[in-house]
Design a protein around this ligand. Structure first.
Ligand SMILES: [Zn+2]
Length: 238
């Protein structure tokens, strides 16, 4: 099947989509990193103030090396901001800092999609890891043309689906964090209207990388389901 042009089309499409989204987020972030807000605060200050305003006192804000490496770690309750965000008062820095605080607030409020996503990580890791072995096994056993091949194929596709579910449940988590971020930036008076617009553009671009990951995973899932005769009729002619 590695000679199947359809396989390379699906994989290539998914990769092109992800690369385009990553390029776009880098470009948008770099553009709005150059646009300063009129605030004297830094990304770290903004993060600490929003946390305090939500009564969250047990989350530590610290710098982390790298670009776009910002994240909230729920296990240690640490909010790590990349250097271009931590000490900067740009529109991009405020958007990203407020977004990461959004995740800390989701965690504090026990936002259900975040809880599900965290619990699903080991499932997706195991499922994704095993899926290719099982799918290869299914082809080895004759694919859709034999009973064992079809059963293994179904199992492999279900295992792969655990990773697609992970990319899907990531979407509400990320969209909600950005929605909270923009609302708090505005309500807290951290930014003016045009400054908020810059922060929004950065967060929208970042959201596209998660959409791209989901679409790419879904395409791959559909490809295997199709190859193994689970959707779109029999592939016995192969
Ligand atoms: Zn996020």
């Amino acid at each position: 099947m590695y000679f199947d042009p359809m396989y390379w089309l699906v994989i290539g499409l998914g990769m092109a989509l992800s690369l385009w989204a990553q390029f776009k987020v880098k470009r948008t972030f770099s553009k709005y990193s150059q646009r300063a807000t009129s605030s004297r605060l830094t990304g770290a200050d903004v993060a600490r103030r929003i946390l305090a305003a939500h009564g969250i006192r047990d989350v530590t804000v610290e710098p982390v090396p790298g670009d776009l490496s910002d994240h909230y770690d729920p296990r240690t309750k640490t909010l790590r901001l990349s250097e271009p965000v931590y000490g900067s008062s740009s529109m991009a820095a405020f958007g990203v800092a407020a977004h990461e605080v959004g995740h800390a607030i989701q965690h504090a409020e026990k936002y259900a999609p975040l809880g599900f996503r965290s619990a699903w990580v080991p499932v997706a890791n195991l499922g994704g890891g095993l899926s290719m072995l099982v799918i290869m096994g299914a082809f080895f056993m004759g694919g859709a043309s034999t009973a064992l091949g079809s059963q293994l194929g179904l199992l492999g596709v279900l295992l792969f689906a655990t990773t697609t579910v992970f990319t899907l449940v990531t979407l509400p988590v990320e969209f909600d964090a950005s929605r909270r971020a923009l609302a708090t930036l505005e309500r807290g008076g951290f930014v003016s209207g045009t400054e908020l617009d810059g922060a929004k553009k950065v967060l929208d671009a970042a959201a596209m990388t998660y959409v791209a990951a989901f679409v790419s995973s879904l395409l791959t899932l559909l490809y295997w389901a199709w190859q193994l005769g689970l959707v779109g009729g029999s592939r016995d002619d192969r």
